[in-house]
Design a protein. Structure first.
Lengths: 328, 964
């Protein structure tokens, strides 16, 4: 690794100041939550910060706390703590399951929720240092290359898929993100946080250079809310989602009153499928209906040369997850 | 720049010579005292501050601190931290960029924690941070400030192993042992939270810890046993020996009894010294710059900036290091020797120009610190002229393909002829013509990397004109010969040491380019040099199993008897042919008319080489899938087809020393309840389908030359000198057991001396599943000689010793000696999600007498799990436009984790052909050979889809379902 200074800010605002001032000095800064992924990228010299702003020194941002209208989750909570948290498991099962599906116990023990949501893509071209959009270049090598794990929705000009499991669950839960920046904190709805590559293919979200994602608000679930996260991996552990689905249903006995279905592994952002959701509203969930929702989910899929399998896979994952949530 | 002449003498620096001599004395003494157990390790703790003293504030870099480090760009930011390691509070000053594992290993003399990938993909570096398992490679040392760290070195208390360590010993959990510290720490955290975990909980807690020996079953067994407070919990998985039709072996005193390894305690306590753990005073660290191009001429290399960097001591490129790496490749892919060296037109150097694959070494740097060496690589400017390249081995034979060598892309044989590997018997055309049915098909197999847990490494030190190389090799004798030949040194001027190594799996019975590069750097820098490859370098710079394309044509009679079998095959060898490139498997069947034509082809991919049963797992997949299709076409039960057509004489001609294949197949089919459970393909109507499959094996178990020396002193200690290193299969213990039995003394009086060419006689080396048989016989013969001497001269007294040696070369009198096996697999395929899982796995093996039943089971189980990985996951994917690999590493290659590893049930048939040492046959490679085919055949039976291309990933499973 290139030499750098590790900085330990006291709080989020000081971290933001550190990021801004370092950049103002003409040097590079990277925030580190758990730091596992950042160190991997630094060892490959994909990022070469002069200052690593370690968020581990910030106290109090690792809690789940009740607040009006729901709960607030500190961005620095580890994935392991999140997955074990009783209230999260009971009321927001989809998030606990998504957190539990990430990588390995060792990574979940240090990896943070905010870090997971902001994780850079695991596209093999990006990770192997090809000069792609994500590495400061002006092309996406997957488009005409090895694209078996790439996007079937929302791609272009970059065809990465968003790597985060928890991001998919947070969009499904209609979370609101708190972002600390130079002008204080602001709230961003989860669905507005992630950015398609059209405007700026170098990034995956709306965070500014000196912004930090600091916490998450989850609304209190309606009664009858049930949810699940289903992740399809390429082996039985420690891969990113080939395809995943976060399904949140508001059930009134066996009738679905509202539905949110968000997909992972298929698009540059967590990918909501409103057509599929609409099919379920005020309907009794049956295997046939779930299958139709699966069909609806892939209506606008545009596979690349080597990922056509993701289309039927997505259809099936949506169907299975709806049935799992409805316990049919 | 001075040219380095290989015959040039090493430095004459008296101070360095003195310290080298000192090191050698220490290390030799330790070897003498502790039977091979000690490379002198010099610990230099950086800034040791007394335990308990307060950290002086730390830098806790505020903005001011950063400003000061910018003001002086040459300085490397450092921070004083306080942490508690294994119960001891200490304060150390660290560079901000040091990882936690780097602090532990390089600076605190705690090398028990290993680096397998340095990317959070394998778990070898697992430590407990505030009680929780974390990857110490993926945490900075500064982030551990104020926290507690527990490592493997802290587990034992008051001289007593932790219960988990003891369970690991008792259950033979570690094979090579390189992943063991990490597995232990993950398990410790689990049982602290949950003292009675079930098997699934163990797998989930440990799934971040990869074991490439795939000793997963044993790890789970060990944790279950320890977790339930020693009341060994029994699991459904069984390993048992069953009687067979022939006469059983008479029981022996020592051999044949399950015995923990003689070095098991070292393997579970972090005290086993692997090459990367060797540290010598004044040692430099080396890094290698590798080609980003698959084929390019190096126009120029400018190393001036790198050389000017403070701390850089030596730089090598093709311009100043003109050394042939003989074991790297020659025409014919045969082991290099002086005769071949004279003939071959194609040579591989330690540094080649042009470079012919991405990852080929271009330059190497030695510096006082690993980070400075890495910085220096960034300063080397290489001007390449990119050349056309070809990746696919069939494309490479097109007339328009770029030529990788002037003679073309068919690899030359040892006589410089561009000919395929060919074997013919009978008349294939006539056989096909007379057949009732003729079936044709094409199968492909992928490049899969050996991926042994220990990345290759070498530590080289010169003492005057004598070179010592510490290196992970399974064949110290051959490695020694290779280094001496390549560097043009007299054999007595080279010493090779390998105390422990982290897995073999092929092509480690020789030297590596890392050995040569470290030696040359050490000579130029006049200091010891350590070179450790990264996981990525190991994946793309070394070798894996050759990928193949196999075209079969099979003729069969109406009643299912083979009439003709034809194979035309292509093997992708990379640009340097390291081994044969053969495709094995046709010999498994009796058939009067066979023809094999296989082309070893050069490509601009990573070099291919031997990997556990070099030509067989991929060949067995092809032909046993093909034959499964033939059985299906005839509506025959696959087992019935096997029994009708399997080999009964070697190549239908030469008798086997004993023939037990039919026993294995029938016994396995019975135990698996094959007849009751077999159903026609795709019998399940729903999306989740079950199916069963089988494959079998007949594999070499030959006799041959090896040597052993036994020395008896007046204290009654028997030092058994054998040139083994124990790659993970247990060779040291095996030799100890055989010696104890042959000498009629308890194992406790045997001191095995291994892993050092200055102290061990020739050994065939741990490859080809030969060590137990060949070196085992040598031990028996040496013991016989010693007993004769004792009878003649009496026991030694005082300073007397008796020394016996033997180099037997037994033969099987023209017969072929084989081991046999049959594997039976049940899979469940979720056709909607493309998920294939092995639900039951039974392996029936005739391995002759088991010298150590405890280690034998692990060989079969681990090999079968490796085979499952090859069948379902593993691949090195390339970008076709740039020629660069995209999946180098455990994450990318999808190597099996704990959760991918089913329980492997093993039945041993201990059969006697009267030829093995105490009746032993081979065991190391065999378990992998039929595994891939058995899984693929089970998937066919489940889904009705013949999967013809490895690996059988979910895209293929899903798309196969879409086509119907």
């Amino acid at each position: 690794m290139k030499s750098f200074t590790n900085a330990n800010p006291r709080d989020a605002q000081q971290a933001v100041t550190l990021l801004r001032q370092t950049r103002a000095d003409g040097r590079k800064a990277s925030p580190a939550g758990g730091g596992s992924d950042l160190l991997g990228m630094m060892k490959e010299r994909l990022v070469t910060p002069d200052v690593v702003v370690s968020l581990k020194s910030i106290k109090g941002l690792d809690q789940v706390a009740a607040e009006s209208g729901g709960v607030r989750i500190g961005g620095l909570i580890t994935l392991d703590a999140l997955q074990r948290h009783d209230r999260i498991r009971r009321q927001y099962a989809v998030l606990a399951q998504a957190a539990e599906s990430v990588a390995t116990p060792q990574i979940r023990n240090v990896g943070t929720l905010a870090g997971n949501v902001c994780q850079r893509p695991w596209c093999w071209y990006f990770r192997q240092g090809f000069p792609c959009f994500k590495n400061g270049g002006n092309t996406c090598f997957s488009a005409a290359g090895e694209n078996q794990f790439h996007a079937i929705f929302g791609g272009g000009p970059s065809f990465i898929v968003h790597p985060s499991d928890t991001a998919v669950a947070l969009v499904a839960l209609d979370a609101t993100f708190s972002v600390a920046g130079s002008n204080g904190e602001r709230a961003v709805r989860a669905s507005d946080f992630f950015a398609l590559p059209l405007a700026n293919p170098a990034v995956e979200n709306v965070l500014g250079a000196d912004d930090l994602l600091v916490s998450f608000h989850l609304p209190t679930p309606q009664s009858g809310i049930k949810s699940a996260y289903h992740k399809v991996l390429d082996r039985e552990a420690w891969t990113h989602a080939v395809v995943s689905a976060a399904v949140v249903l508001e059930m009134d006995k066996d009738i679905c009153r509202s539905a949110r279905i968000v997909l992972g592994g298929v698009a540059p952002v967590p990918w909501r499928v409103p057509h599929a959701e609409a099919l379920l509203v005020n309907q009794r969930i049956t295997p046939e209906l779930a299958a139709r929702a699966g069909e609806a989910a892939i209506e606008n899929a545009r596979p690349l040369a080597k990922n056509a399998y993701k289309v039927p896979l997505t259809k099936n994952v949506v169907k299975r997850t709806i049935l799992e949530v409805a316990a049919i | 720049m001075n040219k380095i002449n290989p015959s040039q003498l090493a430095d004459k620096n008296p101070a360095l010579r003195a310290h080298n001599l000192r090191m050698r004395k220490i290390s030799r003494r330790k070897f003498l005292e502790r039977t091979g157990a000690g490379v002198a390790v010099a610990a230099t703790v950086v800034n040791p501050v007394e335990a308990g003293s307060p950290a002086s504030g730390g830098s806790h870099a505020d903005l001011g601190a950063q400003a000061s480090s910018t003001a002086n760009p040459g300085s490397v930011p450092r921070t004083k931290i306080r942490l508690t390691i294994n119960g001891r509070a200490q304060t150390v000053e660290v560079e901000d960029r040091w990882t936690l594992v780097e602090l532990l290993r390089d600076h605190l003399n705690l090398p028990g924690t290993k680096i397998g990938c340095d990317r959070g993909e394998c778990g070898a570096c697992t430590v407990l941070l505030d009680g929780k398992p974390v990857y110490s490679c993926s945490n900075l040392a500064v982030w551990a400030d104020g926290r507690t760290v527990e490592t493997v070195e802290g587990l034992a208390a008051n001289g007593k192993l932790h219960p988990l360590q003891q369970a690991f010993v008792d259950h033979d959990a570690p094979q090579c042992g390189f992943c063991t510290s990490g597995q232990l720490m993950a398990a410790v955290a689990l049982v602290r939270a949950n003292n009675r975990p079930n098997a699934d909980e163990v797998r989930r807690a440990m799934t971040g810890n990869i074991c490439r020996c795939s000793s997963y079953n044993h790890y789970v067994d060990a944790v279950l046993a320890a977790g339930s407070n020693g009341a060994a919990s029994r699991r459904a998985v069984t390993v048992r020996t069953e009687p067979w039709a022939g006469a059983p072996f008479a029981p022996l005193t020592t051999v044949g009894h399950a015995t923990p390894r003689i070095d098991a305690v070292q393997r579970v306590s972090g005290s086993a010294t692997y090459t990367g753990d060797v540290r010598l005073p004044g040692m430099l660290y080396a890094k290698v710059l590798r080609s980003p191009h698959p084929h390019a001429q190096i126009k120029s290399i400018d190393v001036s900036k790198a050389r000017a960097l403070a701390g850089v001591k030596a730089i090598l490129t093709h311009e100043n290091a003109h050394v042939i790496w003989g074991a790297g490749a020659v025409a014919g892919g045969a082991q290099y020797n002086d005769d071949i060296k004279k003939i071959t037109k194609q040579r591989r150097y330690a540094f080649n120009n042009p470079v012919r694959f991405v990852g080929e070494p271009v330059a190497a740097v030695a510096a006082v610190d690993r980070h400075i060496a890495e910085e220096a690589l960034q300063l080397i400017v290489v001007e390449y002229e990119a050349l056309p390249f070809v990746l696919d081995h069939e494309d490479a034979l097109q007339a328009t393909a770029p030529k990788i060598w002037p003679d073309g892309n068919i690899s030359l044989n040892q006589r410089n002829e561009a000919l395929p590997l060919s074997q013919r018997r009978g008349n294939v055309d006539a056989g096909l013509k007379s057949s009732f049915r003729v079936l044709e098909d094409r199968f492909t197999t992928a490049f899969v990397h050996n991926a042994q847990m220990e990345p290759r490494a070498a530590v080289a030190a010169w003492d005057g004109d004598k070179l010592t190389v510490y290196t992970p090799t399974g064949g110290i004798a051959n490695c020694h010969t290779d280094i001496a030949r390549d560097l043009e040194l007299a054999p007595e001027k080279v010493r090779v040491v390998c105390e422990y190594m982290g897995g073999n799996f092929g092509n480690k019975n020789q030297n590596q380019d890392a050995d040569l590069i470290a030696a040359l750097l050490a000579r130029e820098a006049r200091a010891p040099v350590k070179l450790e490859l990264s996981r990525k370098e190991d994946f793309i710079g070394m070798h894996g199993r050759w990928p193949t394309t196999q075209y079969y044509k099979v003729g069969v009679s109406q009643d299912g008897v083979l009439q003709a079998v034809q194979l035309r095959g292509y093997s992708g060898m990379g640009p340097y042919r390291k081994n044969s490139g053969a495709i094995g498997g046709i010999e498994l069947y009796q058939c009067p008319n066979t023809e094999t034509v296989v082309y070893p082809v050069y490509t601009n991919k990573t070099v291919s080489g031997n990997f556990r049963g070099p030509e067989f797992p991929q060949g067995y997949f092809g032909i046993q899938s093909m034959m499964d299709s033939v059985a299906d076409a005839l509506k025959m039960d696959p087992v019935e087809f096997v029994l009708k057509n399997m080999t009964r004489k070697s190549r239908d001609e030469v008798a086997y020393t004993n023939y037990t294949l039919e026993d294995c197949v029938r016994r396995g089919a019975d135990a698996f309840e094959w007849t009751k459970r077999w159903r026609p393909p795709a019998s399940d109507a729903g999306p989740i389908k079950r199916g069963i499959g089988t494959a079998f094996l007949a594999f070499r178990s030959g006799l041959g030359r090896s040597s052993a020396v036994i020395r008896l002193d007046a204290k009654g200690r028997y030092a058994v000198h054998v040139g083994v290193t124990d790659v993970g299969a247990g060779a040291k213990t095996t030799m100890g057991l055989i010696a104890a039995e042959a000498l009629g003394v308890p194992l406790s009086r045997i001191d095995v001396v291994w892993g050092d060419t200055d102290r061990c006689p020739y050994s065939v080396g741990e490859s080809g599943s030969r060590t137990t048989i060949m070196t085992g016989w040598a031990v028996i013969e040496a013991a016989r000689d010693l007993k004769r001497q004792i009878a003649e001269k009496g026991l030694p007294a005082g300073a007397q010793v008796l020394v016996a040696n033997a180099s037997p070369n037994p033969s099987s009198d023209g017969k072929v000696r084989n081991t046999f096996a049959a594997h039976f697999v049940e899979v469940e395929v979720d056709t909607e999600l493309g998920r294939a899982r092995v639900m039951r796995y039974l392996a029936v093996h005739d391995c002759g007498r088991l010298i150590n039943p405890l280690t034998a089971a692990g060989q079969i189980q681990g090999a079968a799990i490796m085979g499952i990985g090859m069948a379902l996951h593993e691949d090195l994917v390339y970008d076709r436009r740039s020629g660069r690999p995209l999946t180098p590493g455990y994450y990318g290659a999808r190597v099996c984790t704990h959760l991918d590893a089913p329980d492997i049930e093993v039945i041993f048939l201990e059969t006697d052909d009267g030829l093995g040492p105490y009746g032993a046959k081979s065991i190391g490679e065999s378990g992998k050979l039929p595994a891939v085919a058995a899984v693929a055949n089970a998937i066919f039976n489940a889904t009705g889809h013949r999967m013809k291309d490895l690996p059988i990933t979910k895209d293929k499973l899903i798309m196969a379902g879409q086509r119907t």
